[in-house]
Design a protein around this ligand. Sequence first.
Ligand code: 4AD
Ligand code: MG
Length: 432
Amino acid sequence: MERIQIIDAKNHVGQTVQIGAWVANKRSSGKIAFLQLRDGTAYFQGVVVKSEVAEETFQLAKNLNQETAVLITGEIREDTRSKFGYEIGIAGIEVVGESHEYPITPKEHGTDFLMDHRHLWLRSSKQHAIMQIRNELIRATYEFFNQNGFVKIDPPILTGSAPEGTTDLFETNYFDQKAYLSQSGQLYMEAAAMAFGKVFSFGPTFRAEKSKTRRHLIEFWMIEPEMAFAHQEESLEVQEQYVAFLVQSVLDNCDYALHVLERDRNVLEKYTQLPFPRISYDDAIELLKKNGFEDIEWGDDFGSPHETFIANSFDRPVFILNYPKAIKPFYMKPHPTREDVVICADMIAPEGYGEIIGGSERATDYEYLLEQIKTHGLDPEEYAWYLDLRKYGSVPHAGFGLGLERTVTWLAGIEHVREAIPFPRLLNRIYP
Ligand code: 4AD
Ligand code: MG
């Protein structure tokens, strides 16, 4: 007898198979028992009919506790009433691992309780669907960049540099020196772009941010492409193509997950249409002021109500271009005709999900960068290697960083970024 995964049930209709699964839920009457089975690939129903199995099998089915691990044998049938479309008519059940008083019951639980039980909460169908979308974004990211001639380069996690400012660094001891956990691989990716042309990284990122919002994690994953001989406009095109590709991949390959999450496919379809609109920082400030936002002035960074208002003015992700130099990192290219702004863009997701990409063209002038490094209170000696890149064949280059969890949160249509990563690290949480 063949052992199959639930996801492959459609290829085994009419066959008797074996499945290793957990009992997610159960209901029964005097004559029939329905087991909600999950094996990690999908969820479907197992049906035990009293008159068709041994009496002890029926009694076993009726008494299975939630999350008992079982080996099920039975015949795969079509089940037109369920979205999944198939079920198993159970002939035999073998208990592999007992389960007693599973803490997450089908009733509602508070968020803190669920977060304390994240190691078990991951088994529930909604969390499972979110992780499938995350997995699809990871898969599609490699496909997109490989198809477009980018080389994957891994920047270090332990580093001496602080590209995104010194306030939210995780400091650690590196023998007798101090080091930081990476808050962005970008500076290393710039070196890599000068060696390989078009590169991307995909790695963990750490920020000791004291923000407790639904968009902030302490540890998150970022994809950072960097392109040599490229100006900002070309980078914006790669960004919108990449994001549209991610959305399309989820539409193509995550139908079941979208169904579980009740995410409307028609809403997502709109996000595959290019180009994405672009609005300058200056115009975004004007737009906000005209619409009753009195708390914002030119020079301020946007808060989440501002980003949401700007996003709601468009039906797709939107780029906000050229922010004030004073609120952006040291490495961004200065504007050719204006002192006060830099050549950069943030991509803001629709529906109030906020910034998913930050990127810029990079400054290429040695003297300018040296000056900026000092102005930002950084030690030029720590950045000597980075300045070297401007001494030996410096070229125009641009890149960006996309936050994986923010993108998962948006495409899955969920409330909070903490559900977009298997084991979230939050301001007040490192357990489990
Ligand atoms: O805008 P950020 O800070 O950009 C950079 O780090 C650049 N060095 C990237 C580059 O040009 N190579 O971060 C990029 C993205 C944000 O747009 C957001 O999606 C995500 O990373 N991000 C976070 N996601 C979750 N939790 C946090 N605390 C995040 N901080 C940034
Ligand atoms: Mg940013």
